[in-house]
Design a protein around this ligand. Structure first.
Ligand code: GTP
Length: 302
């Protein structure tokens, strides 16, 4: 969370594009296995904890089953880049401190063993990826602390933590700023830390609604578990190439599976309810046990 630029300054026109939670790595170091994580990882936790961005706080709704793609997204709305950009495809990760940008950058860079390199300016991870049988060189910018208008990239990935509502609101603010300064750049909204189910504060539905509002893609991932990060990488590369984010031959409907997929929970419920009528006796026994087991003190009831 920003500490050097107060929240209220963000509404000021002059500073509207200043995003203090973005850093630009200034030291062109290559991370190796023996190299510790950047010191910023150790220092910024406190900043994140003391973030007082409460200008849009609200109650968290019930957690929904993770849905990765915004069904409201059509195939063309995110493809703002005309033609194929020359040179490496630049993917910038933006978001509040502590949401997992560095973890995500490492996961996207395939740097689990700390072997990814930085580009010649020392600003990001460079990697050659093969997406849809085509190779592309990508640069992943972990963070950006400069003026947003100075940001040059093919795709912006706005990261929030599903366990931190304020970080979600921060992405809304960033999207507004980005739309002002570079309306053509495709944006992907990413809800990270989906593995932390019990502490979730932002539901999939509201994140998807928010993404739909800005006509951008929404993906829910866990950078720590490397869950859905390959999908994110592929979508980002396709968008950076000026293509639809979906794999060739598929559509938004295919990806969302609207009307096709059924959650594991409802499938399980359907399966169990299909069993119960066939075994009424077991159902009665289950009811009996449920009633009796309410009392933990009276074990004799069982
Ligand atoms: N459970 C869980 N923890 C995560 C995940 N991604 C990141 N973290 C943890 O969240 C903390 C912050 O991660 P970072 O990658 O440093 O976050 P950041 O956005 O780069 O933070 P700054 O560098 O301060 O801007 C670390 O303790 C990570 O281990 C995730 O998917 N799940």
């Amino acid at each position: 969370m920003p500490t050097d630029v107060p929240e209220d300054r963000l509404s000021n026109d002059e500073n509207a594009t200043k995003c203090d939670n973005m850093t630009l790595s200034s030291t062109p170091t290559v991370r190796r296995g023996s190299t510790p994580l950047p010191i910023k990882h150790l220092l910024r936790r406190e900043e994140a904890v003391h973030d007082d961005c409460d200008w849009m706080s609200g109650a968290a709704g019930p957690s929904a089953s993770p849905i990765s793609f915004s069904s409201a997204l059509d195939n063309t709305s995110t493809v703002a880049v005309e033609g194929r950009p020359e040179g490496p495809l630049r993917i910038a990760l933006l978001g509040q401190n502590g949401v997992g940008k560095s973890s995500l950058a490492i996961a996207l860079a395939g740097d689990m063993d700390r072997t990814a390199s930085v580009d010649s300016d020392g600003e990001g991870y460079v990697r050659v990826v093969d997406v849809d049988d085509e190779e592309s060189t990508i640069i992943i910018y972990d963070n950006w602390r400069q003026d947003l208008s100075a940001l040059q990239c093919e795709v912006c990935v706005l990261v929030f933590s599903v366990t931190d509502r304020r970080s979600f609101h921060r992405t809304a603010q960033l999207r507004l700023l980005l739309r002002e300064t570079q309306p053509q750049t495709p944006i992907i909204l990413v809800g990270n830390k989906s593995d932390l189910v019990r502490t979730r504060e932002v539901t999939s539905q509201e994140a998807m609604s928010s993404a739909a509002l800005y006509n951008c893609l929404y993906l829910e991932i866990s950078a720590s578990l490397d869950h859905r990060t390959p999908e994110l990488l592929e979508c980002a590369v396709r968008l950076a190439r000026g293509q639809p984010p979906w794999p060739p031959g598929t559509s938004a409907e295919d990806m969302t599976g609207v009307g096709q997929r059924e959650s594991i929970t409802s499938r399980a419920k359907r399966f169990l309810s299909s069993l119960v009528p066939r075994y009424p006796r077991e159902r009665e026994v289950g009811k009996f046990l449920r009633q009796k087991s309410r009392s933990c003190h009276d074990l004799g009831a069982l």
